[in-house]
Design a protein around this ligand. Structure first.
Ligand code: KIV
Length: 302
């Protein structure tokens, strides 16, 4: 007899749940800009898949970045340079299925905006149309401002990103904190103002001395989002895996770890290995019963 009972397979993603969830008002680009000058910090975190995006949303974050840091923390690359547009689109789709309230921003991978303005716009449009992103982020200051303008003119909201630029690792010869000298700080301010002028709705300041980041934040009309830039920014962003203790190497200086998920998983996996070896798993409760007793000669003639 066919078994018509529905059994869940793998972990439930509660795809149908959004209708049941209490969704507070959705974060939008204008609502984020309106936070500037208020005491309400903009809370941002990366996510690259459905379950983590759900948890980040439930925790109350305002913005989820599908960052190219996925190359490092998920895909095991040594830098962010190797991730493709298709990989970010695929991750953004998963995040978008999970995220009800936060604004979902997709990173433009290396090479996708180091081309003509027309190609840059086509690549950004794929993140919006195929990935479902509500905005894109790209790295660079004055030199990229014309591209920001192109995208904003095409109704694609852009988040800028200046300071330590992981995609410029080869050009700069490493991951370097920026703005440590007065000249460096002035360059950062010029970069930030150029991006604001071009229409960026927010600007990530990465790896910048706290006093410089605070002064730049005061000069801008759009919010700044800091990572390794101190508490004077309008918001903060971190990489999910760093915060959760799921990135396997040492955490950067600016990261505060709130969990040690790698250790929890190590312990759980060790227990699973033991149980599979000894036969403790699966137990009776993990098995399906038949509807009737199988006779001893059940396989006679087959
Ligand atoms: O890719 C990323 O995660 C980022 C943030 C660290 C800002 O760009």
């Amino acid at each position: 007899m066919a078994d018509n009972t529905e059994h869940p397979v793998y972990g439930s993603t509660s795809e149908t749940a959004p209708t049941e969830r209490q969704v507070p008002s959705k974060v939008t680009v204008p609502s984020l800009i309106a936070r500037k000058g208020t005491a309400k910090k903009i809370l941002c975190l990366t996510a690259y898949d459905y379950p983590t995006a759900r948890l980040v949303d439930e925790a109350g974050f305002d913005l989820i970045l599908v960052g190219d840091s996925m190359a490092n923390v998920v895909l095991g690359h040594a830098s962010t340079l190797k991730i493709s547009l298709d990989q970010i689109i695929s991750a953004t789709r998963a995040v978008k299925r999970a995220a009800d309230r936060p604004l979902v921003v997709a990173d433009m991978p290396f090479g996708t905006y180091h081309v003509s303005p027309a190609d840059t716009a086509m690549n950004a449009l794929r993140l919006i149309r195929e990935g479902g992103a509500q905005a894109v982020k790209l790295e660079g200051g004055e030199a990229r401002a014309h591209l920001v303008r192109t995208l904003v003119d095409a109704d694609i909201p852009v988040m800028g990103h200046i300071g330590l630029l992981p995609q410029s690792v080869n050009a700069r010869g490493g991951y370097r904190i920026q703005g440590k000298t007065a000249d460096g700080a002035r360059q950062l301010l010029s970069d930030a103002l150029a991006l604001e002028e071009a229409g960026a709705f927010a600007i990530v300041l990465e790896g910048v001395p706290a006093n410089v980041a605070e002064r730049i934040s005061k000069r801008l009309q759009v919010p700044t989002i800091g990572i390794g830039a101190g508490g004077g920014c309008d918001g903060q962003i971190l990489v999910f895996h760093d915060v959760m203790g799921l990135s396997l190497g040492p955490a950067p200086k600016f990261v505060k770890r709130y969990a040690n998920v790698a250790e929890t998983m190590r312990k759980a996996l060790g227990e699973l290995v033991d149980d599979m070896r000894t036969g403790e798993f699966p137990a009776e409760e993990h098995t399906y019963p038949t509807h009737e007793e199988l006779p001893d000669d059940w396989d006679y003639g087959i």
